[in-house]
Design a protein around this ligand. Structure first.
Ligand code: HEM
Length: 128
């Protein structure tokens, strides 16, 4: 399995642990106030990262390029900023809104890079 796929899966499982912990916290307390942070940790963190990792395993030539590690870094940074900030925002701290916005835009940049990698030819992706 390419290194980038291992990296994506290791990061993804950490987000699933956090996402489920937030879900259990809501279930046990009966206070469903941070559903957005829970859903995004699970879906942007666990599900999307696992799919990205699986893609690189299926397309190893694309996994070799420097662009793949940049894509991992940008996407992960975005989700890492967005989830805790969204959690704090949903707990009633509006000052976290700019951080949620910034994290969301960085996450989106990571997805645009991933789209570029998917559409690029294998040789071009490996060179980049
Ligand atoms: C043990 C694991 C989990 C627990 C205890 C849990 C718990 C919860 C709770 C309490 C809510 C709030 C429900 C509401 O107020 O309507 C929720 C919402 C949600 N969960 Fe989970 N969850 C778990 C796993 C997952 C996973 C693995 C995913 C995705 C891969 C997920 C995706 C969602 C989504 C998208 C919502 C929002 C649903 C909506 O607003 O309609 N959850 N979860």
């Amino acid at each position: 399995m390419p290194k980038i796929s291992k990296l994506f899966f290791k990061t993804a499982i950490l987000f699933l642990l956090v996402g489920i912990a937030i879900g259990l916290k809501m279930s046990i307390s009966g206070v469903h106030n941070v559903t957005g942070a829970h859903a995004h940790a699970n879906l942007l963190g666990w599900v999307t990262m696992a799919i990205m990792g699986a893609y690189y395993a299926l397309a190893p030539a694309k996994a070799e390029g420097r662009l793949a590690i940049v894509q991992y870094g940008v996407y992960t940074l975005g989700v890492l900023i967005m989830i805790p900030a969204l959690y704090m925002l949903l707990l009633g701290n509006p000052q976290y809104e700019p951080l949620v916005a910034g994290g969301s835009l960085i996450t989106f940049a990571g997805v645009i890079l991933f789209a570029f990698i998917i559409f690029s030819g294998e040789r071009q992706a490996a060179k980049a």
